[in-house]
Design a protein around this ligand. Structure first.
Ligand SMILES: Cc1cc2nc3c(=O)[nH]c(=O)nc-3n(C[C@H](O)[C@H](O)[C@H](O)COP(=O)(O)O)c2cc1C
Length: 218
C-alpha cells in the first residue's frame, strides 16, 4: 500500500475492548504482577513477549533505544545479555539509569519499568552463555557490536576464522559479553480500554521501601 498511506495512518483506529484494571485486584509486588501478565501473554500466544525496548542515555544527553530479549528474572529485576562494549554498554558504563518498555499488542497491554542497571556475576553470564547455540557463541566473539563494519565479508571471514579456532572445543564466553540486570525502581501497567480511556497503574516505593500503587490519567 503506497497510495493513501498518509490518510490511512491518520484515520486507522481500533477501539480497545478490555476488562478493567483495578488497583485492588493487582498484586502488592509489581514483579509478581509482571509475572502474572507475562504468563497471560504466553498463554495468549503473544509472539516474543520477552522482547523489550530498552532506553539508555548517551553522553550527548540524547536517549538511545533498541530492542533486546530479557532472558532471566529475579525478585527485583530483569536480566538481558549483550556486548559490554556496544553503544548501550558504553552508555550504561557512564550512566546506569535505563527504562524498558513492553508492548503486548494482542492484549492491548504495555508495561514500563525504570531502574538502575548492573552487570550480573561472571558465573551467571557463563551459565547463560553456555546454554546458547554454538553459532550465537561464535557470533559473540565475531561481532564488534555497534562499531562500523566496512563490509559484510569482513564479518564472515572473522566467523570462519573463529569457527576454525574453536573446532572440537567448547566456545568460552568472551569477557566483553555478558548480562545486565535492571533493578526496578518504578513500574507502570497499562491496559487499553474503550474510547481511549485506558487504565494505568503505577507502582512506586514509599519512604519505608514498600510498593504503593496509584492510578494515572490515561
Ligand atoms: C526482537 C529483538 C531482540 C533483540 N535482542 C537482543 C539481545 O538480547 N541482545 C543484544 O545485544 N541485541 C539484541 N537485539 C539487537 C539490538 O536491538 C541492537 O541492534 C544491538 O544490541 C546493538 O545495540 P546498540 O548499538 O544500541 O548497543 C535484538 C533486536 C531485536 C529486534
Amino acid at each position: 500500500m503506497s497510495e493513501g498511506l498518509e490518510e490511512h495512518i491518520k484515520s486507522e483506529r481500533r477501539d480497545f475492548q478490555n476488562e478493567a484494571l483495578e488497583e485492588a485486584s493487582m498484586q502488592e509486588n509489581p514483579m509478581a504482577q509482571f509475572k502474572l501478565w507475562l504468563a497471560e501473554a504466553i498463554d495468549n500466544k503473544v509472539q516474543e513477549p520477552y522482547a523489550m525496548c530498552i532506553s539508555t542515555i548517551g553522553q550527548d544527553g540524547f536517549p538511545s533505544s533498541r530492542m533486546v530479549f530479557f532472558r532471566e528474572m529475579d525478585d527485583e529485576g530483569l536480566i538481558f545479555y549483550t556486548n559490554y562494549k556496544s553503544r548501550k554498554g558504553q552508555e550504561l558504563e557512564q550512566n546506569s539509569k535505563a527504562v524498558v518498555n513492553f508492548h503486548w499488542e494482542l492484549m492491548d497491554r504495555q508495561v514500563n519499568m525504570k531502574g538502575e542497571v548492573h552487570k550480573v556475576s561472571n558465573e551467571q553470564s557463563d551459565a547463560y552463555f553456555n546454554s546458547r547455540p554454538r553459532e550465537s557463541q561464535i557470533g559473540a566473539w565475531a561481532s564488534d557490536q555497534s562499531q562500523v563494519l566496512g563490509d559484510r565479508t569482513e564479518l564472515e571471514a572473522r566467523i570462519k576464522a573463529l569457527s576454525e579456532r574453536f573446532e572440537g572445543k567448547e566456545v568460552s564466553r568472551p569477557e566483553h559479553w555478558g548480562g545486565y540486570v535492571i533493578r526496578a525502581k518504578e513500574w507502570e501497567f497499562w491496559q487499553g480500554r474503550s474510547s481511549r480511556l485506558h487504565d494505568r497503574i503505577r507502582y512506586r516505593k514509599d519512604e519505608k521501601g514498600n510498593w504503593q500503587k496509584e492510578r494515572l490519567n490515561p
